[in-house]
Write a protein that binds this ligand. Structure first.
Ligand code: SAH
Ligand code: SF4
Ligand code: F3S
Length: 449
């Protein structure tokens, strides 16, 4: 009798880094002969790839986990795994809190899932959270999309923003070599992928840790050099990158984005606060004037560039007028999209210990006021597309309308238009925009030429 293949389920919380890690871990599991189960209750291996950036992200993990831990009491052969940032943050404590767990593994161990599982299947409860050098990926990820793919360029973060857990859970910066990145991208192109997003917590800090020659004082492995090194891969039509830190965003990089045709005119550069004193307390390492200079320069060279950012409201000690400085930046710059969050004190971060924490209702109120402004501004930004013809790279069917497909403009606006996914997936279609909403567009395809 051959045993039926084991079925696995992964739920991913958090950022693109986690999504990319999940795709690689799914690849490892499929290599072991397992099959995907959309329903966690139909799986005999469940992996939660977790996020701890804010308290509510962490609490969500515990509620999901609680349900499956219960199930394990009646189904002892269920394998339960917590990976990602909560795993790294909590380590052994997670086992004490949820004794049903088989494996707790930090983000740096994602590529080692196979060998860790061997120990689990041999009957051990395993915790893998020690800092390691991230091994080059040897398995093939199971990617969610057939058109767009993520490629890690740099892992970890060397900053010490006073509110943030990421350096604690993702470790120090580790850049992959330009050759390894190019090889992965070339393979993706061969498989038919059209768009690649290069990933890093601070992608523009890429290369600082790589050994390498310097030429007249300049390191030869900057992110700008990486873009020049990979931009010509045949078959790849679009390049994106995220997230950029204002501290490392150089004039050279802006020029490269203008010069390289495949690099899309969309920049995600978090500014976190519009107030210099708050920025200092956050330990961000730039002033809001410097941030505005970067944006001005981008708009000088690429007037239509789309801009997005992350912002925190209600940081400890933030006064009403300091918050208004953030509103002012949002009003002046006019972002295409903004990720906003109320400050959440995180264990192991300096700001969590300060005494000038703001009451919850002040944070919630500021968040609502900011979000209101963001959607007005995004709506204004969308309006510039009306009547224009935009190149849309088709990714999927519109889940709400099978007669429509959806994709993104170069500026990263989600766009819907009538068409059949079977013939259009992966194609760049000129679309005349006929309807605009704050965060999406609808249009009519033009002839494919
Ligand atoms: N490395 C990127 C962002 C990584 S974390 C950068 O520096 O810009 C993603 C976002 O989560 C951050 O940009 C920040 O806006 C938000 N964030 C991080 N810690 C937070 C906290 N303690 N409370 C609220 N939001 C937080
Ligand atoms: Fe967190 Fe700051 Fe690093 Fe971004 S740069 S991941 S906000 S510590
Ligand atoms: Fe969350 Fe970890 Fe990303 S804490 S935001 S999943 S780096």
């Amino acid at each position: 009798m051959t045993p039926s293949p084991r079925r696995y389920h992964i739920t991913t919380f958090g950022c693109q880094m986690n999504k990319a890690d999940s795709e690689r871990m799914a690849g490892v599991l499929e290599n072991l002969g397992m099959e995907w189960s959309e329903d966690p209750n139909g799986a005999d291996l469940i992996l939660y790839n977790t996020c701890t950036i804010r308290d509510n992200a962490e609490q969500k993990v515990y509620s999901y986990l609680g349900r499956q831990a219960k199930r394990k009491q009646t189904q002892p052969d269920l394998t339960l795994i917590v990976a990602g940032c909560v795993a790294q943050q909590e380590g052994e404590q997670l086992l004490r809190r949820v004794p049903e767990l088989d494996l707790v593994m930090g983000p740096q161990h994602a590529n080692r899932l196979g060998e860790l599982l061997e120990q689990v299947f041999a009957g051990q409860q395993v915790v893998a959270t020690e800092a390691v050098h991230i091994m080059e990926d040897i398995t093939k990820p199971r990617r969610d999309s057939a058109v767009t793919a993520w490629v890690n360029a740099i892992y970890g973060c060397n900053e010490r923003c006073s509110y943030c857990v990421v350096p604690n859970v993702r470790g120090v910066e580790q850049s992959r070599t330009p050759e390894a990145i190019r090889t992965e991208m070339t393979e993706l192109a061969r498989q038919g992928y059209k768009e690649i997003t290069l990933l890093g917590q601070n992608i523009d800090a890429y290369g600082r840790d790589l050994p390498g020659a310097t030429e007249s004082g300049r390191h030869l492995h900057t992110f700008t050099d990486l873009l020049y090194f990979v931009h010509d891969i045949e078959g790849i039509e679009r390049l994106r990158f995220a997230t950029s830190h204002p501290r490392y965003f150089t004039e050279r990089l802006i020029k490269a984005c203008q010069e390289l045709p495949k690099v899309c005119e969309h920049f995600h550069i978090p500014f976190q606060s519009g107030d210099n004193e708050i920025l200092k307390a956050m330990k961000r390492g730039y002033s809001i004037e410097r941030y505005r200079q970067i944006i001005d320069r981008i708009r000088e060279l690429m007037p239509d560039a789309a801009l997005s950012a992350d912002v925190i409201v209600g940081f400890p000690g933030e006064t009403e007028s300091q918050f208004e400085n953030t509103l002012k930046v949002v009003a002046d710059i006019g972002f295409d999209q903004l990720n906003t969050a109320a400050y959440s004190p995180r264990p192991g971060t300096p700001a969590a210990l300060w005494e000038n924490q703001l009451p919850e209702e002040v944070k919630v109120d500021r968040l609502q006021r900011l979000n209101h402004l963001v959607s007005i501004k995004a709506g204004e930004r969308s309006r510039r597309y009306l009547g224009r013809i935009e190149d849309v790279l088709v990714e999927e069917e519109n889940p709400k309308d099978p007669g429509q497909v959806m994709g993104r403009t170069r500026g990263n606006r989600l766009t819907f238009f009538p068409g059949q996914i079977a013939s259009l997936r992966g194609r760049v279609v000129p679309v005349q925009i006929t309807e605009v909403r704050a965060f999406s567009l609808t249009g009519i395809p033009q002839s494919l030429g």
